[in-house]
Design a binder for this molecule. Structure first.
Ligand code: ADP
Ligand code: MG
Length: 211
């Protein structure tokens, strides 16, 4: 099975829908341990990305993702803008100009995105950030790829794992970003960026149905 640019556009549309529906929720999570703008930031970024896709009509999966990343970089702001922007751009760059992406290439692209997030933000697992969702999911997908499984084969597990890792940020103390200023008071709250990352992977999976 391969992934065309239509798949990636559909993924961005679904991600955008989740971010719009959960704008208040993400904002409330960020209000508890940050400055309450994560939902607003991400919703604005996703809308800007969709508009940019419409006006530029990119010709390949890589170009779709690079376009989304650039739109997020220039419109999201905060910590999440550069982090998500980098993730989309790195993933897009790893696809080059290929018209269709295989499962192996998709997973390699997600690894590039994760490495981009970590290089920029310097967060490790356990520090209550989006990395707490990204890293275990990417590692799981890499294991699946070794066994010859596709994303489609393991979608239910990916969504469940992302949700579990998102919830696992609740008892963590934030060590990176704005929430880290709270010290121990950041304990007991779910990380907003881990939550938007759960929606990212859920959208990636759900986009398969509409391919
Ligand atoms: P800001 O913190 O600038 O207001 P957002 O509210 O949009 O930005 O995003 C906050 C989220 O960004 C956090 O919940 C966390 O998941 C993520 N984040 C913050 N700093 C880092 C970092 N250094 N590495 C990875 N993720 C980070
Ligand atoms: Mg914030």
């Amino acid at each position: 099975m391969t992934y065309t640019k239509e798949y990636f556009i559909r993924f961005v549309e679904i991600f955008s829908k989740y971010l719009a529906e959960n704008k208040e929720y993400l904002t409330q999570l960020d209000a508890a341990i940050g400055d309450g703008d994560h939902g607003i930031n991400m919703d604005r970024g996703a809308k800007a990305a969709l508009e940019r896709l419409k006006s530029t009509n990119p010709s390949s999966p890589g170009e779709v993702l690079r376009t989304v990343g650039m739109a997020m970089l220039s419109s999201v702001g905060g910590a999440a803008g550069p982090l998500y922007g980098t993730a989309f751009i790195k993933m897009g760059m790893s696809f080059g100009k290929k018209p269709e992406i295989t499962d192996e290439e998709l997973i390699r692209g997600l690894r590039q995105a994760l490495d981009g997030i970590k290089n920029l933000g310097k967060a490790e697992v356990g520090e209550k950030t989006m990395v707490d969702v990204w890293e275990p999911v990417v590692k799981f997908l890499e294991e699946c790829a070794k066994e010859g499984k596709t994303l489609s084969d393991v979608c239910a597990e990916v969504i469940a794992l992302a949700e579990e890792r998102m919830k696992a940020t609740i008892p963590m103390q934030a060590k990176k970003g704005r929430a880290s200023y709270l010290g121990e008071r950041s304990i007991g709250h779910q990380d907003p960026g881990a939550t938007s990352s759960y929606f990212f992977f859920k959208s990636l999976c759900e986009a398969i149905g509409g391919r």
